[in-house]
Ligand binder design. Structure first.
Ligand code: AOF
Ligand code: ZN
Length: 330
C-alpha cells in the first residue's frame, strides 16, 4: 500500500468515533511493516486513550523496531491533558519513523509534538492527506484557528417564512421526519444554544435523541434570568446560563469549556443577532409546504434574505413533505 492509501485507512478508522471523541478530534493510527498494517487504533472516546496509545497497545512487541513506521492522522500530542503525552509513548516504543497527516492546530501541541519526535532522532514526515484530516475535524480546526466555536443555525420555517404563530396555535411547523433529522444535527455538535423565550414557550428538551452512542451536546441558555423553573424539560441535564448580550464574548467564553461547535436553535431575535454579528458559519433551513399567514411571526425582516447575510446555498433535498436547505457563509 502507498503512503496515501495507508493514511486513508487511518483516517477512515478515526471517523467511526466522530460522535464519542467530540469535542476532541478524531484520530487514527497504524503501525506498518514493509507496506503492511501490523497494528491499528483510534481515539475512541473523549478523555480516554489517544489513537497512538491504542495502536501501540495492539502491537506485537517482538517485531523488529527498525522495520516499523507509525502512521497517525494528527500530530502526536506532547502535553499532559486528560492523558499523558503520546510523543513519550512513541519514543519509548522504539519506532524510528513517523508519518503524520495534519499538524495539530491546538496551540498546546502545534509543531511541538513533531519537534519532540525529531529531537529524539525519529524520522518525521507530515502533510499526507492534511486537508482531508482537517475536513474530518472541521469544528476542531475552526475553533483553534478562529478562537470561537463553529456556529450552525437551524430554523424551521413555514412556506411564507414564518417562525411561529403569535397566538401559539401551531405546535409543529415541520413533519416528524424533518424533526428526526434535527436529532442528528444536534448529535454532531458539542453544544446547543437557545434563548429564554424558546425554553419558556416551547418547553423543548433539546438533547440528541439518536440510537447510536454520542457525547450529548452541552446545553447553553442565553438569558438574564436566573430563577428558572427546573421542571422545564431543558433542565433535565446541566445547563450553563449565560447572561450577556455580547455574542462575541459569549462565544469566546465557550472556548474555555472545550466547545468546538454549537447548534443555535432559537427564535427570530436571537437567530438574527447571530447573523447580524457575522457569527454563523452554516444555516440549515427546514421549510414546510404550508403557510402560516398573517398570524405568523417572520424569521427575517421584509426583504432580508439569507443571501443578504452573506450565505450561499449549498444543498437542498426533501424530507417527507419538507425541504431541507443548507447555506454556508461565502
Ligand atoms: C493525539 N492523538 O488521538 C488525539 C489528540 O485532553 P486530552 O489529553 O485527551 O488531549 C486532547 C488534545 O489532544 C486535543 O485538543 C488535541 O490537541 C489532541 N488530540 N492527539 O496525539 C489523539 N485525539
Ligand atoms: Zn496524544
Amino acid at each position: 500500500m502507498t503512503q496515501i492509501e495507508l493514511m486513508q485507512v487511518a483516517l477512515d478508522l478515526s471517523k467511526d468515533f466522530k460522535f464519542t471523541a467530540k469535542p476532541n478530534p478524531v484520530v487514527g493510527a497504524l503501525v506498518v511493516r514493509n507496506g503492511e498494517i501490523v497494528a491499528q487504533g483510534a481515539h475512541e472516546s473523549w478523555g480516554k486513550n489517544h489513537a497512538e496509545i491504542n495502536c501501540l497497545n495492539n502491537l506485537d512487541k517482538s517485531l523488529p523496531k527498525d522495520e516499523l513506521t507509525l502512521y497517525v492522522t494528527l500530530e502526536p500530542c506532547n502535553h499532559f491533558g486528560k492523558t499523558p503525552p503520546c510523543t513519550d509513548a512513541i519514543i519509548q516504543s522504539g519506532i524510528k519513523k513517523v508519518v503524520i497527516g495534519a499538524l495539530d492546530p491546538n496551540p498546546k501541541v502545534s509543531g511541538q509534538g513533531i519537534q519532540k519526535l525529531i529531537d529524539a532522532n525519529i524520522d518525521v514526515e507530515h502533510g499526507v492527506l492534511a486537508s482531508e484530516v482537517a475536513d474530518a475535524n472541521k469544528f476542531f480546526f475552526f475553533r483553534h484557528i478562529n478562537k470561537r466555536p463553529f456556529i450552525t443555525i437551524k430554523i424551521a420555517s413555514s412556506s411564507d417564512g414564518m417562525s411561529h404563530a403569535k397566538d401559539g396555535s401551531i405546535k409543529w411547523i415541520t413533519s416528524a421526519a424533518a424533526r428526526e433529522d434535527v436529532q442528528h444535527l444536534r448529535a454532531e455538535h458539542d453544544a446547543i444554544i437557545t434563548g429564554g423565550n424558546t425554553v419558556r414557550n416551547d418547553n423543548p428538551q433539546m438533547n440528541a435523541r439518536v440510537d447510536y452512542p454520542i457525547n450529548q451536546p452541552k446545553k447553553i441558555l442565553l438569558s438574564s434570568e436566573s430563577n428558572w423553573d427546573k421542571d422545564l424539560k431543558f433542565f433535565d441535564a446541566p445547563v450553563s446560563i449565560i447572561d450577556s448580550r455580547n455574542l462575541q464574548d459569549v462565544l469566546h467564553s465557550l472556548i474555555d469549556e472545550d466547545i468546538c461547535s454549537a447548534l443555535v436553535e432559537a427564535g427570530p431575535s436571537l437567530v438574527n443577532a447571530f447573523l447580524e454579528d457575522g457569527l454563523c458559519e452554516e444555516l440549515v433551513v427546514y421549510q414546510s409546504p404550508n403557510p402560516i399567514g398573517t398570524k405568523g411571526i417572520s424569521w427575517f425582516d421584509d426583504g432580508n434574505t439569507i443571501e443578504k447575510f452573506g450565505f450561499k446555498h449549498t444543498s437542498s433535498y426533501t424530507i417527507d413533505r419538507d425541504k431541507k436547505t443548507t447555506f454556508v457563509r461565502c
